[in-house]
Design a protein around this ligand. Structure first.
Ligand SMILES: Nc1ncnc2c1ncn2[C@@H]1O[C@H](COP(=O)(O)OP(=O)(O)O)[C@@H](O)[C@H]1O
Ligand SMILES: [Mg+2]
Length: 153
């Protein structure tokens, strides 16, 4: 499914809808160039989950955890890592909910993942003219809510 995003607000709004409709254990794999809007989308998701803490880019911290909302949000950014370093992080503990409470896992630069979960939403952001973006959302064994498939931004 392809959605046109006219501006930052549209991207954030899509994030809010996702945040309101996702379930525990859902994994969102975000791809797109620097500045494409990955963090902006996750900020919307956090808002939709009811998180009021500021969502900051985890480029340097690798992972930020927010436990204040409807479900925990685990926000990761693999930008600075090589595939073999990512493998050593045992990220499956997040999407399997081993040792951590099962929540929403949002991963920026997911193309660096050497392995993927069994089910996930793939979210690819690309630049359009000026402030526009396009997003391509593909579900991989992951029930995507009707709200998202029917949403108009
Ligand atoms: N349609 C849009 N969607 C998302 N961000 C946009 C859009 N238009 C302009 N922007 C701006 O582009 C930047 C996107 O940054 P960010 O979300 O951090 O990207 P990424 O995490 O992909 O590197 C922000 O400054 C945002 O305001
Ligand atoms: Mg980012």
């Amino acid at each position: 499914m392809r959605i046109f995003l006219a501006d930052t607000t549209a991207t954030r709004k899509l994030g809010i809808t996702l945040g309101q409709s996702l379930n525990a254990g859902n994994v969102i794999l975000l791809e797109g160039d620097l500045g494409a809007g990955k963090t902006t989308l996750v900020q919307g998701m956090a808002e939709g989950l009811g998180i009021t803490d500021p969502i900051v880019s985890p480029t340097f911290t690798l992972i930020n955890e927010y436990t204040q909302g409807r479900l925990p949000l685990y926000h990761l950014d693999l930008y600075r890592l090589e595939s073999n370093e990512v493998a050593a992080l045992n990220l499956e503990t997040y999407w399997e909910g081993v040792e951590v409470t099962l929540g929403i896992v949002a991963i920026e630069w997911a193309e660096r993942l050497p392995y993927k979960p069994d089910s996930y939403l793939s979210v690819r952001l690309t630049y359009g003219d000026e402030n526009t973006r396009q997003v391509e959302i593909t579900s991989h064994n992951c029930a995507i809510s009707e709200e998202i498939t029917t949403m108009r931004i």
